[in-house]
Design a protein around this ligand. Sequence first.
Ligand code: IPD
Ligand code: CA
Ligand code: CA
Length: 245
Amino acid sequence: MRNLERADTLQIEHKGRNDFVTQVDRGAESEIIKLVHKAYPMHAILGEEGGKIGDNEVVWIIDPLDGTTNFLHRLPHFAVSIGIQIKGVLTHGVIYAPCTQDLYVGSRGAGATLNNRRIRVSTCRDLEQSLVGTGVPIKPDKLPAYIPSLNAVAENTAGIRRAGAASLDLAYVAAGRLDAYWEMGLKPWDMAAGLVLVQEAGGIVGELYGEGDPLSTGNVMVATPKIHGALNDVLKAARPAFDAG
Ligand code: IPD
Ligand code: CA
Ligand code: CA
């Protein structure tokens, strides 16, 4: 937290409207890549700041600072998120939130943990009782497709939270703090680690409209098994005709 108070020394660059990057994002990514390559020189990298490096069946998908806007505003809700894909399959995920010192780890077939304790998705079975996380698109052109989903989820659940770090939204579903989460227009590094965690914690991972792989379309919805179907129906019904093509 002490370092957060020094956020005014940050060099802030705009990657686009509402999309920022600082020397902390870039520095963290290069440190992570150095460590990965020291241990596994042949492995490939897909990093938010540096893009693709190398070509290998093992790919480390890295978001060095997820929640940069929170970080810039000294909101203590951001994380480092690293997922591993082997032959196109997400197999491992780790998310670390430095302000709370929470470490989430998940491995395919081996479950998910928070600070070494096993985590499970919530037992929520009724959409009306659920608390659902989301992210508001930073690109204004995505808002017309997003707003109907926001209305529909608000009408059918107990509440919505927009906390500002997609990786932690997913980790919170895995840990049973949120019952579901949806977002549009994400990048692979926002969700690779979190998707492994949700799956390994017993949740359902899906594409927002049930069309393909969320890692490719960028549109994701995850939920406890009992409410996944109902939330899926609500989101599908709210999909605007222009977006459905
Ligand atoms: C952002 C956060 C945010 C989500 C955005 C992401 P960044 O990542 O995860 O919650 O709504 O879509 O881009 O830019 O802070 O790494
Ligand atoms: Ca991110
Ligand atoms: Ca980031």
